[in-house]
Design a protein around this ligand. Structure first.
Ligand SMILES: [Zn+2]
Length: 284
């Protein structure tokens, strides 16, 4: 059962114009992420050419490129040649919009006090950090699901941009970040090595190692063990469900682990240590 405060807080935020602005901003960013998801693996990311229909290359007019609305208005089929348009487009836009609102609810950087607008720099920085982090993980997860690779541009990009996070994020030290990179990358590297020694197969890709190193750099070493816990639980659950659905006897079919690391990282970022404490306290 949902508690009443949950619904009343939803109603309060629905009346908040900034929350709606975040929703719209999320839709626009989400439609750009769709472009990234298609173009990064193709190596055409820096191409300036406007996107055309993926089937007949007909240029898409701006009014048919409006996030969410166009897909719904066209009922998921292109206007030029009636080819089905992947539901991935509206889904990524919607997920990004919802994430932008949730992160704004978590870090409400804007407030109105006696008719005066106030921006909290601390909350704003935390919001931007969380939103960029979410965005990179969303894009890398979708690419991982489609192509079973995690682009170095994202995983190593996270690692190399760690000094910026240390510089801007309040109450975050370079020790948190550096140990985070080493512990994140090191722990999965160890798993990959043990897998290789015992089974002579690569169970864990180097992409996952680099991704968790980057996550450790952005969230700090304290996040690594909760993230490994969440992502293994989620990964095993989905793996078992897939195994039952597809009636396969062994778990050695390829499902990418990157999206589960990303989901675990976002769960940890959003709920912090509260969730872990709640889970552990319920046990005892
Ligand atoms: Zn077409």
């Amino acid at each position: 059962m949902f508690q009443l405060p949950f619904f009343s807080s939803v109603i309060i935020w629905a009346k908040e114009p900034v929350a709606w602005a975040m929703f719209l901003l999320g839709l626009i960013f989400g439609s750009f992420y769709n472009v990234c998801i298609w173009r990064i693996p193709d190596g055409t990311f820096w191409q300036t050419a406007r996107s055309g229909c993926r089937n007949c290359s007909e240029p898409i007019p701006w009014y048919l490129n409006i996030p969410l609305i166009s897909w719904l208005a066209l009922r998921g089929k292109s206007a030029c040649c009636k080819t089905p348009i992947s539901i991935q487009y509206p889904l990524i836009e919607l997920i990004t919009a919802i994430a932008a609102v949730l992160l704004y609810v978590k870090f409400p950087f804007y407030s109105m006090w006696q008719g005066e607008i106030r921006i909290s720099p601390t909350e704003l920085i935390q919001f931007i950090h969380a939103f960029i982090f979410f965005s990179l993980l969303l894009i890398s997860s979708m690419i991982d699901i489609r192509h079973l690779i995690i682009p170095d541009g994202i995983s190593l990009g996270l690692v190399l941009s760690t000094p910026l996070v240390v510089y801007f994020l309040p109450n975050y030290t370079w020790q948190d970040a550096l140990i985070g990179i080493l512990l994140g990358g090191g722990s999965l590297y160890l798993v990959a090595w043990i897998y290789w020694i015992t089974r002579k197969v690569t169970g864990m890709g180097m992409g996952d190692v680099k991704l968790l190193a980057g996550i450790g750099g952005w969230l700090g070493w304290q996040s690594i063990f909760p993230i490994i816990l969440y992502s293994s639980v989620l990964g095993s659950f989905v793996g078992i469900v897939l195994m039952l659905v597809q009636r396969k006897k062994d778990l050695r079919f390829e499902i990418p682990f990157g999206p589960f690391l990303a989901a675990g990282a976002l769960i940890h970022m959003f709920f912090g240590s509260n969730l872990l404490n709640l889970l552990l306290n319920h046990q005892s």
